[in-house]
Design a protein around this ligand. Structure first.
Ligand code: PDD
Length: 290
């Protein structure tokens, strides 16, 4: 049975219960992180905890744990559950109030929940063939840099992709690419990697940072700048990146093949190289015990 952490205690998942007056339940008032764990080692944990702090600051919620305490709790949840590769989910909400009231309660006791699931990365066939995506107007709010649990827009947008037999929805706002419903999006054009800048319109992905670091380390030209919708639609390659999808090629967008000539509708060479660099990097980090 899966063991989870809720409000200071480890317990079987079936015993974990949250009061109905919890503001996470009533308002989606909370922050979350999803941390991949390889060979029982959390990947880029300090960066995930830094992003959690950014979200908590953005929603005016005091961090209930110091960094070292988060690290200890996450280490313990990983140790208490099966599987070497896991996906740790943590959530902090503004806690339970006695009345439903939009304004914050005077006494805030945040609810802290941590669980872990087996890490499921894309199967090899999907990686080799690539995935299909659709696009939609980005109808979310203007603080997409915060990883909040209010994910209704993201859920609707991802479901739109699933209804169309696709994996992801690319989001465009005012003529520019922002990100995916639950991933960051990279564009390759003429051998140059293009990535939208980290601003309030997209989540600053941990995988996004790794991809840009790997591009720099391997001499792949990269430009971080606003990416016009037409540039994304005319891309040689499109990738989605996230902690669970890693680097996954998108080969069809709105039913049209991505890419040109013999690569049209097939994963491209730059994405294949980035995937290999990413895997090698993971191995190096795991060996170094980072
Ligand atoms: N989502 N953008 C959005 C909107 C996301 O939800 C995610 C990840 C990313 C990629 O971030 P990272 O590389 O740090 O995983 C970008 C996670 C996986 C989720 O909600 O399950």
């Amino acid at each position: 049975m899966t063991t989870v952490f809720l409000d200071g205690q480890f317990m079987p998942i079936a015993e974990a219960k949250v009061p109905v007056m919890d503001r996470g339940f009533l308002f989606g008032d909370g922050a979350y992180e999803l941390i991949p764990v390889y060979s029982r080692r959390p990947f880029r944990l300090a960066e995930h905890l830094r992003r959690l702090q950014h979200t908590l600051d953005g929603i005016r919620l005091a961090n209930p744990h110091a960094e070292a305490e988060w690290m200890r709790l996450i280490g313990e949840i990983v140790a208490r559950n099966d599987g070497d590769d896991q996906s740790v989910y943590l959530q902090v909400t503004r806690g339970a109030d006695t009345k439903r009231n939009h304004a914050f309660p005077a006494q805030v006791v945040p609810t802290v929940f941590i669980m872990t699931e087996p890490l499921v990365t894309p199967p090899p066939a999907q990686r080799e063939q690539g995935i299909a995506a659709i696009s939609a107007p980005d109808m979310r709010w203007l603080r997409c840099d915060l990883k909040t649990i209010s994910l209704l827009a993201n859920c609707l947008l991802r479901q739109q992709a699933v209804d169309a037999g696709c994996v992801e929805t690319l989001l465009f706002r005012d003529g520019f690419l922002t990100e995916g419903a639950a991933s960051n999006i990279f564009v390759v054009r003429d051998g140059v990697l293009l990535a939208p800048p980290k601003d309030h319109l997209m989540l600053p992905g941990i995988t996004y940072d790794v991809v840009l670091e790997l591009a720099a380390a391997h001499g792949l030209p990269a430009e971080v700048r606003p990416v016009a919708e037409a540039e994304a639609r005319g891309a040689d390659e499109l990738w989605m990146t996230s902690s669970t999808k890693e680097v996954l090629p998108i080969v069809r967008l709105d039913g049209q093949p991505v890419g040109r000539d013999e690569n049209a509708g097939r994963p491209g060479p730059v994405g294949r190289r980035m995937y290999d660099w990413y895997q090698a990097f993971k191995q190096t980090v795991m060996r170094a015990g980072e």
